[in-house]
Write a protein that binds this ligand. Structure first.
Ligand code: NAD
Length: 476
């Protein structure tokens, strides 16, 4: 049985309760884990606060070296971690390997910033005094993670937090705790001091983290409704919050675009991870002259995405993560079809005995989805893509911005003026121009509108795990 990790110890829940983690491809139990609660969060927060007193005071170059060494050890375990991620989450082994590697790379990227925290000297009117602005770590940070990218989204929070000298209480999603535990365990085996990252498990630990008085900052990735609840609760103890929430990213393709490149990017953008991505091409707007050719290419690509158990090397798309999640996507699709949408590819569940026990779904492309349909107005968190013909860029931009969300966006065109206009006018935290939708370590990532605020990735995320403090030196 897997356990929580508190102050380096493998810990059961104080209540003694457990729950099962199941494989979305087969329904089989992968492992049983502790169902933690407020008492366990308290223990983890105390451990993190204790570790903060030494970790935050360590010379930054030592912190950097410790993190690099721990990361190397963790990266040597990718082949052990990846199948566990596939079994608990459903994604293909290739996707799991990429994700496990990204976990380590992310820790390494931020480790290099550990000794690059700079402040300011400020001249004051009274020349016998001067001011400084120093940056200090915040303290204990809570990291709350969803199930779609358990490792990537944990690393996005843990990496900048610990590089800046903070300590962490980490809560994976209830259904995907196992690979995360292996990653943190590997970091500890590789030399990360005990208590710097503590992992608590179980649904009830999320709210307890947000409420805990020792925890000073919350970084949540999750749905928009969860973000609103977390922000309201965090206000009671005035915690800082970073919210990476839902999205419904538009992609505009103009007549002059490289359609082969666009089709590849859209296919990855919509179908990678069985479409369960925050940053993802969720609404496609294609100019009339490119429409037929692009649809043909998209259908050809979708046809190659064989659904299957992620452990099977022939599978190109794993199952959806839960029955509820699949039912939600199917309901969104049905509503569109009932209102006149036409399924161009997929639209159902794959048939065959190998699909009977898992939450499989076909990659799906639909057109003629009417205005106001759920596929346009809500987040579609699965592999179903609504496509609409547009006359010109004006129409594309109007439709693209007609959403409560503002996470990612993309445009494909050979016209630099059109691309520049889209960059200026698309209401989103990220715009890709003629480029595949992938978040880069080097660039700050985060949403606008109801997709949240605060940044992950980049120097900006690192700085958000520090606090500025003003200092006045007198009598000089
Ligand atoms: P979710 O909001 O249900 O849960 C996310 C995490 O928050 C889980 O660990 C959950 O246990 C915890 N949680 C739930 N309620 C809580 C509460 N009241 N207090 C504290 N913690 C609480 O989301 P999910 O279904 O696991 O993930 C899918 C959602 O995440 C989608 O909307 C998706 O767009 C979003 N997402 C966003 C990004 C991004 O970076 N913007 C990335 C991936 C996923």
């Amino acid at each position: 049985m897997a356990t929580m990790i508190i102050e380096g110890d493998r810990t059961k829940a104080a209540s003694g309760k457990t729950y099962e983690v199941r494989n979305p491809a087969t329904g089989e139990v992968v492992d049983e884990v502790p169902a933690g609660g407020p008492a366990d969060v308290d223990k983890a927060a105390q451990a993190a606060a204790k570790a903060f007193t030494t970790w935050s005071k360590l010379p930054a170059n030592q912190r950097r070296e410790i993190l690099h060494k721990a990361t190397q050890h963790m990266l040597s375990k990718v082949e052990d971690i990846a199948p566990v991620l596939t079994k608990e989450q459903g994604k293909t082994l290739l996707e799991s390997r990429l994700e496990a590697r990204r976990f380590g790379e992310n820790i390494g990227w931020f480790a290099d910033l550990a000794d690059k925290i700079h402040g300011q000297y400020v001249r004051l009117p009274d020349l016998t005094t001067y001011g400084l602005v120093v940056r200090r770590p915040i303290g204990v940070c809570g990291a709350i993670v969803p199930w779609n990218f358990p490792l990537t989204l944990a690393a996005n929070k843990v990496a900048p937090a610990i590089a800046a000298g903070n300590t962490v209480v980490l809560k994976p999603a209830s259904t995907t705790p196992l690979a995360t535990l292996l990653c943190i365990e590997a970091l500890i085996e590789g030399g990360l001091p005990e208590g710097v990252v503590n992992v608590v498990l179980g649904q009830a630990t999320g709210e307890a983290i947000v409420a805990h008085p020792l925890i000073r900052k919350i970084a949540l990735t999750g749905s928009t409704p969860t973000g609103k609840r977390v922000m309201a609760k965090a206000s009671e103890t005035l915690k800082k919050v970073t919210l990476e929430l839902g999205g419904s990213d538009p992609c505009i393709v103009l007549d002059d675009a490289d359609l082969e490149g666009a089709a590849r990017a859209i296919s990855v953008g919509r179908f990678f991870n069985c479409g369960q991505q925050c940053l993802s091409t969720k609404r496609l707007y294609v100019q009339e002259g490119a429409y037929d050719a692009l649809m043909e290419k998209l259908v050809a690509r979708a046809a190659k995405l064989k659904p299957g158990n992620g452990l099977d090397k022939d599978s190109r798309m794993g199952p959806m993560h839960t029955e509820t999640q699949r039912a939600e996507v199917e309901a969104q699709l049905k509503e569109a079809v009932d209102r006149g949408a036409k399924v161009v590819f997929g639209g159902g569940r794959p048939e065959g005995s190998e699909y009977e026990r898992g939450w499989f779904i076909e990659p799906t492309i639909v057109e003629n989805v009417p205005d106001g349909a759920r596929m346009w107005t809500e987040e579609v968190f699965g592999p179903a893509l609504p496509v609409r013909k547009i006359k010109d860029l004006d129409e594309g931009l109007r439709l693209a911005n007609d959403t409560q969300f503002g996470l990612g966006s993309s445009i494909w065109t050979a016209n630099m003026a059109a691309a520049h206009r889209a960059v200026q006018e698309l209401e989103a935290g990220y715009t890709w121009v003629n480029s595949i939708v992938i978040a880069h370590d080097e660039l700050p990532f985060g949403g606008t509108k109801q997709s949240g605020f605060g940044k992950e990735h980049g120097v900006e995320a690192f700085m958000q795990y520090t606090e500025e403090k003003s200092v006045v030196y007198g009598g000089v």
